[in-house]
Design a protein around this ligand. Structure first.
Ligand code: G4P
Length: 534
């Protein structure tokens, strides 16, 4: 995140109340359960259990495909808006599967903060760490929720130490757990000096909150048995001595994470976390762009596409571009400029995502995510403005790690394959390369499961069975340089050359040695493993 310009004006209240964030976690830590409780307490759903289907669907591969088929579910879950107290929360979903790291990365460019959920028994797991590193690249503020305290969990200090050490971030307890597993009573709220007790009888009820005057308050003894009370007093004293106090500025800069303990399934600790998001997660932030950055309080609307989802309705072949508004007050029917093509587009049916429903967005503000249905004009990385030529930066595209040749099961339908693959490339679901020599397409993905998902979607959405076969190449690098130099290099290395779905020149090989050789023999060119979406 950029340093905010000095003396930044106060944001208009509608923008200042927005909190746009994502949840990052290792599978099974409780992201789905927590999301559901957010929606429940945000009044977006009436009953727990409505978004459950999604969490379960991810468990098995076949069910995962089913979820992909049911585009409706995954789309509405991609961005969810709800109110909590005076705040408007925009929760942007990060794909849970580790195969979708690129998609996840882009999602994290559209948020101002992340909630890191960890399992109290498992601590920091591999996927948490990976996602955390991505957040760190952007210095995103991170709030931590340590879940499943109703089960046997690790020692509280041990968990905090592990986060500090593995993630190199200061941790400050916002709450302190009282007991764990079967003895878990609740938490001492270290910010508000409150006692929060868990209601085990009703999982969807909010815990009781008891105001006490510090830990010496005799009222504590009425609710917490002697042994747990002594332990709590001792631990809180130690925590106050050993751990840094909450410093909101450090949280905003991404150097410190406050941690709440709770049990999402029991709705415990969730409201405190939501209050914490309101208080410590930032307002919509300044967006890096060229030739100048975009400030949220600017009156003119600007936004960028960070995700495209196609074929939500297979009959219509429509696409929805997910746009993060970077500035201004958007109103339905506005005419915006699509900066890449220079063409105006009238946004007549923008969509806001309210839990399971899509609704027409009559208006939206900086920080919000709106969906814009379109026929393929809008691509990931595109900027929309009210006329000014601005280009949002920092949305990368990574070189795929796995390459395969894609062939149509029925050669007569090869033409349709072209169209299908281009569509998935636009969605960012795969890279598609057309080699200069030979026929067919080479498809590149970041994780192996994506080939299966692609094959299943191409069959389902285009009625086209496809096969993925091994490719002779294992690496792809974008070639940059003077036009004539790139052309000369291309002509000399035809058997290695391809163009990607945007028409950019790519060098393919199976040997790192080749890549090193090109770098050595062609100082006039550069090969890169990422390119910025534009
Ligand atoms: P994910 O999206 O991060 O993958 O996790 P999800 O919410 O699906 O939760 C994973 C499992 O952990 C689920 O159990 C869920 O019920 C359970 N869980 C979530 N929060 C808590 C908690 O606070 N305490 C306890 N004890 N369990 C929790 P499951 O058996 O896989 O599914 P289900 O049968 O409960 O639906």
């Amino acid at each position: 995140m950029l340093d905010a310009p000095k003396n930044r004006p106060t944001l208009p209240p509608e923008i200042a109340r927005r909190r746009t964030f994502a949840i990052i976690s290792h599978p099974d830590a409780g992201k789905t359960t927590l999301t559901e409780k957010f929606l429940l307490f945000g009044g977006a759903i009436q009953m727990a259990g409505q978004v459950r289907a999604k969490g379960e669907a991810r468990r098995t591969r076949s069910d995962f495909m089913q979820m992909e088929k049911d585009r409706g579910i995954s789309v509405s879950a991609s961005a969810m808006s709800f109110d909590y107290g005076k705040y408007r929360f925009n929760l942007v979903d990060t794909p849970g599967h580790s195969d979708f790291s690129e998609d996840t990365y882009r999602t994290l460019t559209a948020v101002d903060a992340a909630i890191m959920v960890i399992d109290g028994a498992k601590g920091v797991e591999s996927q948490t760490q990976k996602l955390f590193e991505v957040c760190r690249l952007r210095d995103l503020p991170i709030l931590t929720f340590c879940n499943k305290m109703d089960r046997e969990a690790r020692d509280t200090f041990e968990i905090i130490d592990e986060i500090q050490e593995m993630l190199a971030i200061h941790v400050t307890p916002a709450s302190w757990p009282i007991g764990m597993g079967r003895d878990f009573l609740g938490c001492y709220d270290m910010i508000n000096e409150r006692l929060e007790l868990m209601d085990r009888a009703d999982r969807n009820r909010v815990a009781e909150s008891i105001r006490i005057e510090g830990l010496d308050d005799p009222k504590l003894a009425e609710h917490v048995p002697d042994d747990l009370r002594e332990k709590l007093i001792e631990e809180v004293a130690m925590a106050r001595e050993l751990l840094p106090p909450l410093d909101p500025q450090q949280v905003l800069e991404g150097h410190m994470t406050p941690i709440w303990f709770g049990s999402a399934i029991n709705s415990f600790g969730v409201k405190e976390l939501m209050e914490g998001i309101g208080a410590y997660a930032p307002e919509p932030q300044v967006q890096p762009a060229e030739p100048r950055q975009i400030a949220p309080e600017e009156s003119r609307v600007a936004g960028f596409v960070f995700k495209v989802q196609a074929n939500m309705d297979p009959k219509h072949r429509d696409r929805v571009a997910f746009v993060r508004l970077a500035s201004g007050h958007f109103q339905r029917g506005m005419k915006l400029t699509h900066v890449r093509s220079g063409k105006p587009i009238t946004v007549s049916s923008p969509v806001l995502f309210l839990a399971a429903d899509r609704e027409l967005a009559e208006e939206a503000w900086a920080g919000d995510i709106i969906g814009i249905p379109n026929h393929g004009q809008l691509r990931i990385g595109d900027t929309l403005t009210e006329g000014e030529v601005l280009r949002v930066t920092g949305i990368p595209s990574f070189a795929p790690e796995l390459l395969k040749v894609c062939r149509a099961g029925d050669p007569m339908k090869a033409k349709h394959l072209d169209k299908a693959l281009m569509q998935f490339a636009e969605e960012g679901a795969a890279k598609v390369f057309k080699p200069m020599m030979g026929s067919g397409f080479i498809v590149g993905v970041v994780g192996a499961l994506q080939f299966e998902v692609l094959a299943s979607r191409i069959e389902l959405e285009y009625g086209l069975p496809v096969r993925f076969e091994p490719s002779q190449f294992t690496s792809a690098r974008w070639v940059h340089g003077d036009k004539a130099a790139v052309e000369a290099f291309t002509q000399k290395n035809k058997q290695h050359m391809a163009t990607d779905n945007d028409g950019d020149v790519v060098y393919m090989t199976r040997l790192q040695w080749d890549i090193d050789r090109v770098a050595r023999d062609h100082p006039e060119l550069s090969l890169s493993a990422t390119k910025e979406m534009q």
